[in-house]
Design a protein around this ligand. Structure first.
Ligand code: PRT
Ligand code: ZN
Length: 287
């Protein structure tokens, strides 16, 4: 028996595959993946990755073949299973939306009554239509949903959308968002002690990476007499670090702030005399 490893299932090929590996790399966990590879052990962390089809991941986790997995929230909502969502991961963002041909007389969900809707997400769509007290004919198809209206198979579609260009190039217009989705980390609720310990260590790193993504490290030069003003503008975690520069009367100011906040205050910083502003990415933020 080797040492115990946490078994993490990720998508083998597709939209979530590379971002999942990238997230592991950011956590300092290097995984080698090659074509045809089903399993890979991390060299520097007690973790083993299984490469699977995304639809299979929740069941593998529920059955204990894997301890945790990365999958779109849309998959979980369509096929409920005994796994819990531990963390939202901030990639794979998309929405499940209803769309109709541009020339259709359907304007709203109400207008869908009695119409035929093609989708790979019949359960989510059924619940949504029920909540709107609308009865429509749900036609389940497994792929190329967007072409269903043009071949006369359906009056509308309910499909995942990210940029919207697939809908556009198929002459469809969105009328309603049914659900928003992104990649999430799922785990089995009843882990054994050792995998729970490793999962905890993994989550510690993961949360550091996720927190860092929303923050920036700001460096700027400022006239010493305006440092109080600048410190008030920077909505940092704590008061900024202030270091003297070689040039008399000037200091360097360092702070960590939310990326969104930074863009709101950048003009005020410049007005307060800030120069040479550097905005740096942060890899990890351990609180
Ligand atoms: O083989 P496997 O079953 O593992 O892969 P898959 O083909 O089922 O999945 P994949 O790789 O297409 O998607 C995996 C997950 O990525 C989905 O379950 C979602 O959680 C997420 N995701 C994010 C998306 C999209 N964005 C997306 N745009 N999944 C699918 N799409 C489709 C969309 O339906 C459209 O047909 O991509 C096409 C392009 O989208 P637009 O709007 O940018 O044109
Ligand atoms: Zn799939």
């Amino acid at each position: 028996m080797g040492t115990k490893r946490l078994k993490l299932a990720i998508q083998k090929q597709g939209r979530l595959a590379e971002p999942s590996l990238e997230l592991l790399r950011k956590c300092g966990i290097s995984i080698s993946n090659g074509p045809g590879k089903l399993r890979s052990e991390a060299a520097n962390f007690p973790l083993e990755v299984y490469f699977l089809r995304d639809d299979d991941i929740p069941e593998y986790v529920a059955d204990g073949v894997a301890d945790a997995g990365i999958v779109g929230a849309n998959i979980l909502a369509e096929a409920p299973s005994q796994v819990e969502t531990v963390e939202s991961l901030g990639f794979g963002q998309c929405r499940l939306a209803i769309a109709v041909p541009k020339a259709s007389d359907v304007r709203s969900v109400d207008d869908l009554a009695g119409r035929r809707i093609a989708t790979s997400y019949p359960l989510i769509l059924r619940k949504f239509l029920d909540s709107r007290h609308t009865e429509a004919d749900i036609h389940e198809i497994s792929g190329s949903v967007e072409i269903a209206p043009s071949i006369g198979l359906a009056d509308a579609v309910c499909d995942l959308v990210s940029s919207g260009s697939t809908l556009f190039s198929n002459g469809l217009r969105e009328i309603e968002t049914v659900m928003r989705s992104e990649a999430v980390l799922v785990a089995r609720p009843d882990q054994d002690r050792s995998s729970e310990t490793i999962l905890g260590q993994f989550l510690f790193r993961l949360r550091g990476v996720l927190a860092a993504r929303q923050n920036k490290y700001i460096l700027l030069n400022a006239p010493a007499e305006r440092v109080d003003e600048i410190s008030r503008i920077l909505p940092g975690m704590k008061s900024p670090t202030i270091l003297p520069l070689a040039e008399p009367g000037w200091v360097s100011v360092h702070s960590v702030i939310g990326e969104k906040d930074f863009w709101e205050v950048v003009d005020s910083l410049k007005l307060a005399g800030a120069q040479g502003i550097l905005v740096l990415s942060i890899d990890q933020m351990i609180r």
